[in-house]
Design a protein around this ligand. Sequence first.
Ligand code: IMP
Length: 516
Amino acid sequence: MIKKFLQFQSQEEREWLLRKIMKDIYPNFQPGRCNPLPRYSLDEVALTDRYSEVAPSDVDLSVSCGNIRLAAPLLTAPMDTLSGSELGQAAFELGMGCIIYRHKKAEVQFEWIKQIINHSPCFVHQPKTLGSADTLEDAADILQKYHYSTIPAVNADKKLLGILFTKNAALKENVSEPVTKWMTPLKDLITIKPAEKFEIVRKRLLSERGCSVLPVVDDNGVFCGMYFRKDCRPAKPAYHNGKPLVGMAVSVNPEDIKRAKKGLELGVSLIVIDSSHGNCPPVIEQADKIVKIIVTIAELYGAAVIAGNVASIDGYLRLAEVGVDAVKVGIGSGSICTTSLVTGVGVPMFSLIRECVCTREYLISEGKHAPIIIADGGINNTGQIVKALAAGAHLCMAGKYFAAAQESLAAVDSGARAGDLVYYRGMASRGAIRDRSASFRYGTGKQAPEGVEGFVECRGPLKSWWPQDEELICGGLSHVGAATIEDLHKIGNEPYIWSLLSSAGQRQMETRVLRE
Ligand code: IMP
């Protein structure tokens, strides 16, 4: 695919467009005058409901970024307490994109990418098993220690004998009885072969009555692992070129061109040039180089290039000019971000998205290359996700939201479970700067923090809580009559759709949250 590059080469042309868009959006805008503009954050606005024949279950949240199709409009932020192998596997299973953070050792980043690319969705490889001589007491130990209530029994040759569902063995007085007496024997189980496609597995689990688990057994009867219905139900794994979807972050360091190339060879679908300020020559030049690699040398890979962050029309335009597929917008809005406080720079997210959307629409109307918009920073709940998408973003990148997943790097490190507190920190927080793994995002000389460290309550495995959040996001689209994100974008452009909330209106929303 040859991209259409922008013709705007001169500063005058960019400024002309900037003024035009400002005048369109802000009626009181006066070129040449220093007037603070009324820009709003996502929490200051709300959507009006509309007549709707769309049920939440009819809503399709899938979205494209270049050649990549995601099932859910979310990306995990490339942060060192967050995006590693486990979160990548969980995000892939749900059709989201995980952007593996730029570990200071390239081999670690590649290893995580490989693990995700080789991951079979929802497949439990090495579950705890019982032997033929084990007793109900042994099963109770496994239940107590690991909370597993479905335990396969195998013989000495690892051949499957049956599955013990501990609920069937509960309250048995004689705990020294063999599990083989109480298990469901192999002849009464539905099994599948190892090479079965995930879609077939999912279909069987959801359609066969009473089939909550599917053991995988090879031609010799050897037990290989199993699938659970509860895991497969919400799964919508997203692939690109037949490989699991995964992204990687790179820096502006010239060495990182090699990193990006290696990532592409491994099968990475999204390359993010990650910087706290994307509207500067090193980021624009790095984006330019990586886009050219993908368009020319690596055409086959068809990966998408994302660059950022910017918080201005000018920044969006300059990254569009080099042909990136998506621009990350947001400065100063992250939950762990103190940039606005300590540098005085930051643009409220709702207005920032609107300004970039208007710019994008202008580029489309001119037949020019127009990257999609990724809202990044401060998007931590489902309402904010719906509002960011309705404002015109195609994807939301989130940090704190995913820090609550049991698969985040910090949660995996600390063995956190639902209800525990999990460490989450900014990439320019004191801790991250000290550990130096974050230095690339803000430059190697970074000493002064622009972020903080904190804790987030763990919500458990991503796939246990995403289905509810997904339902709420679909509910948001259904309230305004949107069946897809494309519909939502059109609706978000309607004249009466947005309300500006007074401080009382914002308080009212908070009250509802507190009452819950
Ligand atoms: P959150 O989703 O509100 O937690 O924000 C996450 C986003 O904050 C990331 O995707 C980055 O764009 C940004 N970010 C990460 N670390 C820092 C930092 O230390 N200071 C400022 N912004 C940061």
